[in-house]
Design a protein around this ligand. Sequence first.
Ligand SMILES: [Zn+2]
Ligand SMILES: [Zn+2]
Length: 218
Amino acid sequence: MLDLLLPQRCLVCGRGGAQLCPGCRDGLSRIEPPLCERCGAPTAWPVRRCRECAGRRLAFATARAAVAYDDDVRRLVRDWKEHGLRGLAEDAAALVAERVLRPDAALLTFVAADVDRALWRGHHPAERLARALAARWGLACEPLLARRPGARQRGRTLRERRRNVAHAFHATGAAPTRVILVDDVYTTGATAAAAASALRAAGARRVDVVTFARALRA
Ligand SMILES: [Zn+2]
Ligand SMILES: [Zn+2]
């Protein structure tokens, strides 16, 4: 509904028209291989683990993303979250399908939103992206996760985030053997790891994480 109240303009360059104009869409910086096989960080050559993920317990098998979480994408994702821009989920899903090989699984699920925030916004980008991606990949999409209250991440340090988020999720039912876990942004990997851990505890043997954007180390 909020879409209708906003003027149609590109969220990156401000020109009238689509919410993400073709020029800006082409200009988003794609994540290019070689990548860390595990966490999907761009590396100088293909590695099984990288500096970013070595020594960390990560409950997911792989993480992959379409674009770098730079200033343009940050603005895009912020507006997507704040205004519930429906068209962006389709754009994001198209970019993911273009860049990320579909993991071998029958089902997609998504990182659960804070209950109050999701209700307030009436919109959850991770779910919208998961549903759009499921349609493209011909797979089912179901909610499998819930967030425990009081696990906000904003404004915390990296160490606090990791500790705080580790038990932030629980599964709402049994998880299938292989699951694709979708979120809008991969930042430290702590959220993805915690959500994957909850899915593993509910019976999943393998969880592959797919996000629209990924934060890159400088
Ligand atoms: Zn533009
Ligand atoms: Zn890595």
